[in-house]
Design a binder for this molecule. Sequence first.
Ligand code: EPZ
Length: 419
Amino acid sequence: MDKIKITGGAKLAGSVEVSGAKNAALPILFSGLLTEKKSTYRRIPDLQDIKTTAHLLEQMGATVERSGSELSMTVPSQALKEAPYDLVRKMRASVLVLGPLLARFGEAKVSLPGGCAIGARPINFHLTALEKLGATIELTEGYVIARAKRLKGNRVVFDFPSVGATENLLMAATLAEGETLLENCAREPEIIDLANALRSMGAEIEGDGTEIIRIQGKTSLNGANHEVIGDRIEAGTFLAATMATGGQVLVRGIQPIFLDSVLEKMSEAGAEITRETNAIGIKMSGRPRGIDFKTLPFPGFPTDMQAQLMAALVVADGSSLITETIFENRFMHVPELSRLGADLTIRGNTVLVRGKKELVGAPLMATDLRASASLVIGGLVARGETTVSRIYHLDRGYEKMEAKLKSLGAQIERVSDGE
Ligand code: EPZ
């Protein structure tokens, strides 16, 4: 198994391009299940989660072809309508096959995902909402079996603006009979990107990016032709890394508006941020200042950036109070960052960070995707050598992270565990 070895202390400088957004690409690839026509997607990142998705689609009978960052797929009408446990277990986003399969084929069998490292993560909002569109849902032997001759448009009010539930219902409603009104929807940029991909298939959708989405169902959809947006979390990770080490970096291929809440907090902590048309610049001189922040649904501060900004704040001048409101168990990076000498205290869903002038390198273990990124940031500032093991977590969601950081001047390399 690979590890990442970092010698800390180098300031980051230069420019780096983000890949396509993982969390847009995953639902968008699953939306290709809605049609028998060939769909083509561009700017698909080369990540483990994308490989798992392609594998799942192929198991269902789809033909998937990949050339560089372009991926095309065709899903025949005799496809297998099932997502088995071994794949859903590896990648929870597999539950996003539920809406498209049910809408197109009238049935879907999907393994219940179970809990994961960052929390319980049930799918009750997805299921209740699909029932509103006329689906019958049966839970048996660890699987959800959903059936509906044809889904019927209806009004659905989500209890919470869940990203996945909004995506599943948005996809399902494109083939439902009549109009569907989704209320209290997630407003993340990835939802808008999914709606754009669906519109390229002929779907009629209004209001994505707001709390209320209106969909007029069609009897069939065409193949998609769509380019995925840039990854705002990858961009935010490079910015947080620069905040921690100091230096000056331009992150290209990202619309600043997608990261507004993060950029505001980074400015508050003393970073000089410049917003360009499709790029964000950061200049960091000296240590960051301590700041408080709280994760919230978009446009609030993203939970997927909590660990990385915490890693930058462990070397701040002053204290920070960080509150996680989206997931109940998303502080697994805290004990690992403490191994570098960070002064962190967890109280319920809050972490008190008392900034330290210096961290010292240590062997660390990654526990989930964003936690892994925060440990890499910790390693970049810590004096001496840090190794991060179990980096398959990192490979799920960051394309060539160590190569990109190296191009910015970081002393970082991937080594095999045997070394
Ligand atoms: C998406 O997960 C992202 N994943 C996550 O990215 C991200 O952290 C999360 O949204 C929040 O922004 C993808 O886009 C593939 P939710 P999702 O449904 O859709 C609870 C990363 O690192 N909930 O908005 O699963 C749930 O338990 C990750 O890239 C229910 O209770 O998130 C959580 O506490 C990991 N019942 C909260 O809502 C439900 O039916 C938000 O979940 C659904 C969700």
